[in-house]
Design a protein around this ligand. Structure first.
Ligand SMILES: [Zn+2]
Length: 181
């Protein structure tokens, strides 16, 4: 899933361990009561499935809401509400600022799209199922990636914390700058 030009070893060399967090979201004891919609439902793997999920959840599928879902699935980036508004406007899609914000909030609350909290605001992505991120500190680009930690690492985390890990997301940080050998 990562861009081919990424030098994997370089990316890993740049991982800031302190920034690499493992979200131990909940203990098994409370997991059932606290599970969000995304964990009960199967992962959304296409625009069509995202639209279908809206219908299953009884969300009105307005033209504007469809525009946003189409854009996120086409671009496959993590975009701010402003960027989404700008891109839709450039494409001649008629949608107001407020409508963009409201639809993004509704879609992320229902677990249909991803919402990433950043210090400078929220970003939205098409992938709502749990996944990890590779953050390029040069370009501020965030690349979705699926990483499975080896069983022994999960066991170590559980042994050290007493928490049964049911889910995790990892943030990798790095640069795309190629270093000369
Ligand atoms: Zn993402």
């Amino acid at each position: 899933m990562a861009c081919p030009q990424w030098q994997v070893s370089q990316v890993f060399a740049h991982i800031f361990i302190h920034s690499c967090y493992i979200a131990i979201l909940r203990t098994q004891a409370v997991s059932r009561a606290m599970q969000p919609v995304t964990h009960i439902a199967s992962p959304i793997e296409s625009l069509e499935e995202a639209i279908e999920r809206c219908q299953i959840l009884g969300m009105r599928l307005s033209r504007q809401r469809r525009y946003i879902l189409e854009l996120l699935w086409k671009e496959r980036e993590h975009l701010s509400a402003r960027e989404i508004y700008d891109r839709l406007s450039q494409q001649g899609r008629e949608i107001g600022h407020t409508s963009v914000y409201q639809n993004l909030e509704a879609l992320s609350e229902q677990g249909i799209i991803e919402c990433v909290e950043r210090s400078d605001g929220r970003l939205y992505g098409h992938l709502s199922s749990p996944h990890s991120h590779v953050n390029c500190t040069d370009t501020q680009q965030i690349i979705d990636i699926n990483i499975e930690l080896p069983e022994e690492i999960l066991k170590q985390v559980e042994a050290q914390t007493g928490v049964k890990v049911s889910d995790y997301r990892i943030d990798f940080f790095g640069t795309k700058t190629t270093q000369s050998p």
